[in-house]
Design a protein around this ligand. Sequence first.
Ligand code: ASP
Length: 437
Amino acid sequence: MSTIVTKFGGSSLADANQFKKVKDIIVSNEERKYVIPSAPGKRNSKDSKITDLLYLCHAHVSTGISFDEVFNHIKDRYCGIVKDLNLDFNISKHLDIVKNDLEEGASSDYAASRGEYLNGLILANYLGFEFVDAKEVMIFNDDGSLDSEATNLALNSKLSKISKAVIPGFYGADKDGNIITFSRGGSDITGALVAASINADLYENWTDVSGFLMADPRIIKNPKPISKITYTELRELSYMGASVLHEDAIFPVREIGIPINIKNTNKPEDEGTFIVKDTDISTKPTTITGIAGKKDFTVISITKASMNSELGFCRKLLSILEQHNISFENMPSGIDTVCLVISDSQLKHKKESVVDEIKRTCNPDTIEIHPNLAMIATVGRGMAKQRGTAAKIFTALSNAEINIRMIDQGSSEMNILVGIENDNFEKGISAIYNAFN
Ligand code: ASP
């Protein structure tokens, strides 16, 4: 029998009604053996995520403010779920322990992790599955990074003895038992690690949308869904802002080629999106898979006569960024010019210092700052080794009267990146989307 690892996001477990949908999904397929829950998410747009409330409790304790009110709110949410599911399960006992630990100064990672921990206890009870505390199977190094080898070993030895289990997402522990969390949205990573360790046949990631769409629905009305996408394409799109899955959740399953299926808990009959190996899909030439983009980049444009023959020029330039702890997005260059494209979130408060240092160290003829750049990535395996995709993109932008300030194509030939004015961002995405649909 195949094995499916299923991860459910916060909105899929936000209340008892959502828990019921989750149970229906799990019992409908015997192959769904290992379940990774997030903490309860928002029930409506004005609601709070339990994880955020737990961080708030920790912040209150650290500043000496009473956190009773916030904690009671958390308690009501969990007790409400248990009551509405008619479970004979004493969640209050566990909540009291968490409250006590917080009062005694538990870390912020510990505080945040309890959202998944408590939800996992309830879900395991509700499904009749064994509860596996993630602190036993997600092992972190002292510097906060994951010890992949130890994690793999721990997961293997634990799960080989258990046929059906709930393993809370988002956290683990270091070798001294201190709770450590992944970055926000990290339950996706837990699911991927579990799937990889047991060599699952499929990793299902259940959320509140039916997979990926070709473009942001806030910009394009009813964009087409993506039924299949490769890991590489997804990486390119999520890097440019398309987000459904945590970026780091792709690596563990990609290595061994486990497909990921993004599914909608509220519409389980929808097929969702399959994320697969590059070699697993046939492709129609010149088609694109998706479009994503981000606003607010700055271009630092540097000119210097004979730059091309000056040894070490780029090394000096890049070491200035490194000293300022800045990563750059792109570095298009000409014979005597080079541009650094940097996200404003990276550059903030450091612009003057970076420019001064470039002037001092690289002695350029000119250095200009161009703010307000938006980047749009048009991604598709169908464009590799085919002609016409770039022409179509540029024509579409030109017809929409949009000036292209920067062009870049990755060596994989799967992504054409254009830089345009922030103000033209939405118009640019629409123009490209319409050109291919
Ligand atoms: N609950 C955590 C968060 O809100 C982790 C997760 O949901 O994946 O970020």
